[in-house]
Structures are given as C-alpha cells and as structure tokens.
Design a protein around this ligand. Structure first.
Ligand SMILES: Nc1ncnc2c1ncn2[C@@H]1O[C@H](COP(=O)(O)OP(=O)(O)OP(=O)(O)O)[C@@H](O)[C@H]1O
Ligand SMILES: [Mg+2]
Length: 372
C-alpha cells in the first residue's frame, strides 16, 4: 500500500537532546491526522557523547561517524516502537522524514554549514522504509540559514484567512512564526534560548535534566542586572533572517555573564532569570514581528513550564497565550509532524523552505531521498 496517501513517519530529535519524538501521520486533504506518537528518551551515555560533539574537540570525525550510526539505530528503534503502537507494518508507510540530530549549526560562518547526524542510509536499511533526510543543507546551499524550517508547516497547518497568529515553538531554542491575516508573507526566526540554558543550569545544580513545570525557577528572584547583561547579547537585536543553537547559547556564555556581575547569585535566582530571558526575548520578538496577533500559540516542551507560560501571558497583555492543543495540535508532536510533512513535500517534488524566513535565494525541494 505504498501509495501517495499512505501514512508517513516524522522523526525529530531537537537541541534539548531529550528524546526522539516520533509520529505516525496521515495527511487528509492536507490536514495531519496523528495515528500514533512516541517519545523515545535518549540514553544518558549517548546524550553525553552527542553533547561532547556539539563543541569543538579532538578526533571529532571518528566520533561523529560512529554517532551517526548510533543515532540511526536509536531512530530505527523509535520507528519500530511507533509502528507497533500504530498497528502498522513498515510496508504500509510511505516514508520517514528524519530531521537528524544537530551536532553543529554555523549558518553565519565564513563557510556556512549545518550538520545533522542519524545516518539515513542505515535508517532505511534497518526499517525497510524510504527515508527523506538532511533537509537543512539545501536551504543553506541556496544562501539561507537552513532554519527555522517549521514556519512552512505552521503556515500550512495554522494559517486562517481571518486570524493573525504567532506560533512559538519552545524547544532547546525557541522560534517564532508569524502568520498574518489574509495570507500575507510569513515571517519567522529563532528568537534565542528556549529551554536549553535552563536545562543545563538545572542539570548542574539539581542533577535533573529539566526544571519540571518551572517549579525550581518559580521560587527564585529574577536578577535585573544579569537579565540586562544577557539581553544585551547581539543575537537578540540582530535582524532576521537568523537562527542559532548550542554554539552560541551555552553554559560558558552564561558563566561569563554571571562572573562579570562581580558577585555570586543564588542558583535559583539565575534559573528564574533564564526563564525571564526566554519569556522576554520571545515576547519582544512577537511584539515587533507579530504586533497585531490575535493569539500566541505555543508548542514544544516549553509549553509545560508553568512559570514560562505565566510570564509569556503577562508580557502578551490582552493577547491570549495558548497551547497549540487548543487548535487540535499536540504541542509535543508538532516538530515531528513538520518533518513528516516536509518528507511528503520532497517526495511530491514540492519546495519545503520559505525563502522569506530563511533568507534563501528561492524555494527549494529539501533533503535527500534514501529509498527503502
Ligand atoms: N514538564 C515540563 N516542565 C518544564 N519543562 C519541560 C517539561 N516537559 C518538557 N520540558 C522542556 O522541553 C524540552 C523538550 O522540548 P522539545 O522536545 O520541544 O525540544 P527540542 O528537543 O529541543 O526540540 P527543538 O529544538 O527541535 O524544538 C525539555 O528539555 C524541557 O526543557
Ligand atoms: Mg525534544
């Protein structure tokens, strides 16, 4: 049953490196219907190895090549478990759209590049399903940032003629999509850190991978001096197109700013300040780029951080801040759904990027196809 209407699988493993998000989806008249979903956590040792690759180091090539395969094996496991949950066989799936795991994103380097691993050839071999992967590099080759790619899918899924909408994905990095009423040009860019700094800080002080529900940060006091220093980073004032990652926003960046304050702050106060940084930079981006939005729709893991959501609501003023669940889209599935959608675009010979978002010279068919 490998026809054009067959279900697809979307695989996403984001900057947080928390889990492989997998969805089994059928597109019915362009609308996604999720048949099954699965989040397979990254084993701690693999996560540590990947984090080790996310910063320059020694003998990277060998480690990268090996992790390329190990990530593919984990992806294949996610696919097997997803198919079991959805009650389908591999032969019934049209394709897997696999984002891969970003280990370096340098779109503004003299020789711009972006690198996602998760060997698509091995993934096709292990699953027996056609894989579409490596979506970002073609956009970069065409002069774009290669990111964010979600806005095209957000536009296909959320755009309503009558409503002006901001969609904000809060993963490790946060990104905004502005969908103007009346179908005008979509804008979008990475606003800066979403969860990744808070995750790293919580890991350091609590030994936990995240500040669940924002409970720890909620008991801390925002330090205005530190917040001002962090907000002064050039990334936030740079005009779009722009995208970022762990290369720019990491614990050393935060430590440098903390040291420059000249006095130690309670860790909890820094945590609260990091939540405020995410909230402020997201809200500022919305106020400037989506000033008449009827609603801010939130997806990605950050939607579960109650402090962050409360701060976004406060900064949005009268504009309602809602989970995308309110529009029938599970906030934890959206990125993976987007890569299933992108795979379908590529297989249909349709472009997947929005040049006005990424800065590419034009629309491009993204990714490579690795037949089953
Ligand atoms: N209950 C929760 N409370 C607080 N934060 C949460 C909760 N659940 C998830 N998160 C945050 O969301 C993160 C995972 O979100 P998500 O999977 O959307 O990000 P990602 O993998 O970085 O994806 P991407 O970068 O592609 O958007 C976790 O690392 C954590 O910081
Ligand atoms: Mg994730």
């Amino acid at each position: 049953m490998r026809n054009d209407d067959a279900p697809l699988i979307g695989l996403m493993s984001g900057t947080s490196m928390d889990a492989v998000d997998a969805v089994l989806v059928r597109f019915e008249a362009g609308r996604p219907r999720t048949l099954a979903r699965h989040a397979l956590p990254l084993p701690a040792e693999l996560r540590a190895a990947l984090l080790g690759l996310a910063a320059p180091g020694h003998d990277e090539l060998d480690r990268a090549a090996q992790l390329d395969n190990r990530v593919a094996r984990l992806f294949a496991q996610a696919v097997r478990e997803l198919l079991e949950l959805g009650g389908l066989r591999a032969g019934q799936v049209r394709a897997i759209g696999s984002h891969g795991q970003t280990i370096r994103h340098a779109p503004s380097a003299a020789e711009p590049y972006t690198l996602q691993i998760g060997n698509p050839a091995l993934l096709a071999e292990l699953t027996g399903i056609t894989v579409v992967a490596d979506f970002r590099r073609r956009d970069l080759a065409a002069g774009g940032q290669g990111a964010p790619l979600a806005p095209a899918f957000h536009a296909a899924f959320f755009a309503r003629d009558a409503a002006d909408t901001a969609v904000i994905n809060i993963g490790g990095i946060a990104n905004l999509t502005h969908l103007p009423a009346g179908g005008g040009p979509v804008t979008g860019f990475d606003t800066g850190p979403g969860n990744l700094l808070l995750n790293a800080w919580t890991e350091r002080y609590l030994g936990e991978p995240m500040d669940r529900d924002g409970a720890w940060s909620a008991g801390g006091e925002v330090n205005a001096a530190l917040l001002d220093r962090l907000l002064a980073d050039d990334y936030f004032s740079a005009p779009p197109p722009k995208s970022t990652g762990r290369e720019h926003f990491h614990l050393d960046w935060l430590d440098t700013h903390c040291r420059a304050l000249g006095r130690a702050l309670p860790p909890r106060s820094v945590a609260a300040t990091l939540v405020e940084l995410s909230a402020r930079t997201i809200a500022d981006a919305c106020h400037v780029h989506a000033p008449v939005a009827d609603a801010w729709l939130i997806c990605g893991g950050g939607v579960h951080n109650r402090l962050l959501m409360a701060r976004l609501s406060a900064l949005a003023g009268p504009v309602p801040v809602r989970s995308t669940a309110a529009c029938g889209a599970d906030p934890d599935d959206l990125e993976a759904l987007g890569f299933a959608w992108l795979a379908q675009r590529t297989l249909s010979g349709l472009p997947g990027n929005l040049p006005e978002v990424t800065g590419a010279r034009g629309p491009r068919i993204l990714g490579g196809i690795y037949p089953a």
